[in-house]
Design a protein around this ligand. Sequence first.
Ligand code: ADP
Length: 401
Amino acid sequence: MNILVINCGSSSLKFQLIDAQSEKLIAKGLCERIGIDGSRLVYTPAGGKKQITEAEMKDHTAAISLVLKALMDPETGAVKDLSEIGAVGHRIVHGGENFSKATLITEDVKKAIADCSDLAPLHNPANLIGIEACEALMPSVPMVAVFDTAFHQTMPEESYLYALPYHYYKDYRIRRYGFHGTSHEYVSSRAAAVLGKPIEELKIIVCHLGNGASISAVKYGKCVDTSMGLTPLEGLVMGTRSGDIDPAIVEFIANKEGKSVSEILRVLNKESGVYGVSDGFSSDFRDLEDAYEAGNENAKRAMEVFIHSVVKYIGAYTAEMNGVDAICFTAGVGENSPIIRDRILQHLTYMNITIDEVANHKRGEEIVISNPGPGPNVLVIPTNEELSIARQTYAIVAGEN
Ligand code: ADP
């Protein structure tokens, strides 16, 4: 069965068509600038050439209609007709406390996703638009929602509660939710497979280090803590997001600069992180790494602050789990930067970790990069959120039949 995986943003839409049995990618692509002038579809069949089509997309339904047309193109398409798409898996950012696993989309599920929109105002409404556009064009194809927050729903109360008046939790559900859950789940389960041990026996820390970055503690297969919170702003230092700060800073800046709370939040989301600490040099870790190597002080400062935040969370989660068996690196930076991994691991010699330099410089494979010894294993596991969404979608749809 072929599964169409959709990741829908407010003006963009990424897709992959995956054969659920062989787990092979059939085609992928994205629609950019939906509802804006200059919209275009980028479509790449597996093993084929990238095609770019400039076409008006007044809304997401128009965009998905173009995606389906490309997938069914007699010359370059991947399927003959709609009957070859068995199900659609939608990435949904926020499932609140309602969803601890993927679920078949019904009217009630859509309502529950809409009810979480105040928790993810940029994402959930866009995700819903994607669902409705697919339903309009593929009315008989089952749809499944896979939530970024679901994997973290196993966190115990002491991890997810903020020390605020309790009625904020009861009345408004203010708590830690965590994000990147599909990636944390996929990477922790692959790490167990690579180590050849049951996940139920392992304490794993997953460092998802991309533009957005989060870290999680996965004890015996269940998430027990994660660094992102009510929103994806909390936790690690990121590309442009501050991560953890003293909340009193908000009022302090408001008084100094006459800014509103929402203006300050924009600064915390868009102008902070390594971009902010490097004094606006770059939010891109490749640029920072190159400049760091060349001795640029702004880049060095930003990298040190980033590395410090990762090291601090690894220590905290090791303590929370009373030990750690495996530390995994994933996402853009985690998968591709031997230098940043090395700099982080240099702080963990107290754990008896030593790095296998040859393994640390390999790319694109699931690999143990620490030397055998008494300490935890360190692994690089390329994440694959789309494959995980396809698997979860298939499991639900196959279970329904
Ligand atoms: P997101 O999905 O959150 O946008 P990604 O997981 O794609 O982010 O990661 C993007 C980040 O990964 C960018 O900052 C990019 O510079 C960084 N990155 C990619 N390749 C490398 C590399 N070889 N060395 C260092 N950083 C890299």
